[in-house]
Ligand binder design. Structure first.
Ligand SMILES: [Fe+2]
Length: 178
């Protein structure tokens, strides 16, 4: 199983990204200034405002169960493994061109737990870096990713924040990484 794959069959993904940013700007403006890494959004409300997303999931036969905004800054995108299990979509929203999600060989048997102020937990390596490079992806269109593979975020060098949307599903979508 690969750590990520581009999803190639969403021709309107840029329009959807634009609509997500408009939605966040209008209804969750506090998040535009947020430095909290992981922010859950109200799923049904997002889908009500962005019917194009409903069509994407319908065409792929997928049932979304969570949509969250991941905001990466200079301070919070270091190497980690997500505690939340399951293969997910990662979708560019803002400042994603020239930014990378880089996959690293982090041993899941040598990790500690870190908890964000909002209760979200993730695992970080208790072994010192560097970690062996596996692959990286410029987030210029949506990807499927396995967040149980170690990863870090490399920001565009001219930007100090990156906003992405991550989507979880009822279905096991590991087949999309075959
Ligand atoms: Fe992560």
């Amino acid at each position: 199983m690969q750590p990520f794959k581009y999803i190639d069959n969403i021709p309107n993904h840029e329009l959807i990204s634009k609509k997500v940013l408009e939605y966040v700007t209008k209804y969750h403006a506090d998040l535009l200034e947020s430095e909290i890494y992981w922010n859950n959004l109200p799923l049904d409300n997002v889908l009500d405002h962005i019917p194009e997303l409903i069509k994407v999931f319908k065409d792929l036969n997928l049932t979304p169960n969570a949509i969250s905004l991941v905001i990466t800054t200079d301070d919070n995108g270091g190497p980690h493994i997500d505690a939340l299990k399951g293969i997910r979509f990662l979708w560019p929203v803002k400042n994603c061109k020239n930014s990378y999600t880089r996959f690293l060989d982090i041993d899941p048997n040598n990790v500690g737990i870190e908890q964000l102020p909002n209760g979200i937990i993730y695992y970080y390596s208790t072994l010192p870096p560097p970690y062996e490079y596996i692959d990286q992806v410029e987030l210029v269109r949506p990807i499927v990713m396995n967040p149980q593979v170690g990863h870090e975020v490399i920001l565009d060098k001219d930007k100090n924040t990156r906003m992405t949307m991550t989507i979880g599903f009822d279905e096991d979508i590991s087949y999309m990484l075959e």
